[in-house]
Design a protein around this ligand. Structure first.
Ligand SMILES: *Cc1c(COP(=O)(O)O)cnc(C)c1O
Length: 360
C-alpha cells in the first residue's frame, strides 16, 4: 500500500511513482551488475549506455532534429542565465529580453553583467497578469538572440504561442517542457532545469542549434562553454549521473504514457477542471488573463486571506501538500506537472469545495 501524498510543489516537484519504484528496484543492483547507478564510472559502457538512451528518448519525445545538440549540464536553470550571454552574446552585440515575471527578470539582471540588454517588452503594465502582445515588442535589429520564459512558474503566466522573430529564440522552459508538443525548429535554444518536469534537481537540459555553438567569449569558463560540453558529450567533467539516469527513466515513462501528445490531453483536462472550478467559485480566484494562464502552475487566492493557514493545514491533513504560494506572491499555488494525474486535481477540487462550504 502506498501512502504517497499528492504533491503540488513547484519544484523539486512530484515524480511519477512508477519511476521511483523502478529506481528503487534498480537501486542496489542495476541490471544484475552488482552496483548502483550512483556508483558507476561515468566513462563505463553501462553508464554511457544509460546516458545515450536518455538523450535518444528525449530526442524522440520532442522530435529534436539532428542539427540540434542536447546537453545534460549542471548548475540549474539559474546558471544558464549567465551561460547564455557568455556563449551567445558577442562583445558588441545586444540581446533582447522579454520580462514576464520573476524568472525572466532574473535572467535579465544576470545578462546585464555581460553586455547590453534591451527589455523589448514587459508584462509590467498589466501588473504581470497578461503577456505583452507581440505587436508591441520593441525588438533590436540584429539582436544576438531574444530570451523569454515560456512559463512563469511563480506568477502563473504562460505563452500559448511562439514569438515570431529574425533573431534566434532562447527560451527558458524549466516548468513546461514536455507538458505538450513543441516545434524545436522554432527555437535557437531551449533550456530547462530538471526538477519540475524532467527529474531530480542537479541537472539542466539544453537543446541548442548547432550553428549557435562556437561563439563563446574568450573569458567564458570552460565548464560553462556549450561547445566544449557538446564536444565531450556533456562529460567534460563528472556529470550529475544519477539525476541524468532518473531523467532517462522519466523519458521512458513519458513514452509509455503516449508521449507529449498524450500529456497535452491530460494536462489540458487537468487545468481546465481546476480553472473552471476556481472561476465558478466566489471564494477562490485566479487573476491571470485567461489566454495567458499557465497549464502547470495555478496560483489562486481565498476571498478571506485570514483563512490561508486553516486552508493549508486542512490540505496537509488530507495529503494535499505544498499548496502555499510563493513568498513573493502569497496566496496559494497548485503546480500540476506531468507526474500529477487527474486524481490529484479531483482530490484538490473536492477539498477546495468542502473548505469553501464550511468556512467560506
Ligand atoms: C525553477 C525555475 C528556474 C530556476 O531553476 P534552478 O534550477 O533552481 O536554477 C528558472 N526558470 C524557471 C522558469 C523556473 O521555473
Amino acid at each position: 500500500m502506498s501512502n504517497r501524498a499528492f504533491n503540488f510543489c513547484a519544484g523539486p516537484a512530484a515524480l511519477p511513482e512508477a519511476v521511483l519504484k523502478r529506481a528503487q528496484a534498480e537501486m542496489l543492483d542495476w541490471h544484475g551488475k552488482g552496483l548502483s547507478v550512483m556508483e558507476m564510472s561515468h566513462r563505463s559502457d553501462d553508464y554511457v549506455g544509460i546516458a545515450e538512451a536518455a538523450e535518444r528518448n528525449l530526442r524522440e519525445l520532442l522530435s529534436i532534429p539532428a542539427h540540434y545538440k542536447v546537453l545534460f549540464l549542471q548548475g540549474g536553470a539559474s546558471q544558464q542565465f549567465a551561460e547564455i550571454p557568455l556563449n551567445l552574446l558577442p562583445e558588441n552585440a545586444t540581446a533582447d529580453y522579454i520580462d514576464t515575471g520573476i524568472w525572466s527578470r532574473k535572467a535579465i539582471d544576470e545578462a546585464r553583467r555581460y553586455g547590453p540588454v534591451n527589455v523589448a517588452a514587459s508584462a509590467k503594465p498589466s501588473n504581470y497578469m497578461d503577456l505583452p502582445a507581440q505587436a508591441q515588442w520593441q525588438l533590436t535589429p540584429g539582436a544576438a538572440y531574444i530570451h523569454y520564459a515560456s512559463n512563469e512558474t511563480i506568477g502563473g503566466l504562460q505563452f500559448g504561442w511562439v514569438p515570431q522573430a529574425d533573431a534566434p529564440l532562447v527560451v527558458d522552459m524549466s516548468s513546461d517542457i514536455l507538458s505538450r508538443p513543441l516545434d524545436v525548429t522554432q527555437f535557437g535554444m531551449i533550456y530547462a532545469g530538471a526538477q519540475k518536469n524532467i527529474g531530480p534537481s542537479g541537472l539542466v537540459v539544453v537543446i541548442i542549434r548547432e550553428d549557435l555553438l562556437g561563439k563563446a567569449r574568450a573569458v567564458c569558463p570552460t565548464m560553462l562553454n556549450y561547445t566544449i560540453a557538446a564536444e565531450h558529450g556533456s562529460m567534460y567533467n563528472t556529470p550529475a549521473t544519477y539525476s541524468w539516469y532518473l531523467a532517462g527513466l522519466v523519458f521512458e515513462w513519458l513514452k509509455e504514457q503516449g508521449g507529449v501528445g498524450a500529456m497535452e490531453q491530460r494536462n489540458r483536462a487537468k487545468k481546465d477542471r481546476l480553472y473552471a472550478f476556481i472561476d465558478n467559485s466566489d471564494f477562490y480566484s485566479n487573476p491571470i488573463a485567461p489566454a495567458a494562464r499557465s497549464w502547470m502552475n495555478v496560483p489562486f487566492r481565498l476571498a478571506d486571506e485570514a483563512l490561508n493557514k486553516a486552508f493549508l493545514a486542512g490540505a496537509d491533513a488530507r495529503g494535499l501538500l505544498n499548496l502555499k504560494g510563493h513568498r513573493t506572491v502569497g496566496g496559494m499555488r497548485a503546480s500540476i506537472y506531468n507526474a500529477l494525474g487527474q486524481d490529484a486535481i479531483e482530490a484538490l477540487v473536492a477539498y477546495m469545495a468542502e473548505f469553501e462550504k464550511e468556512r467560506g
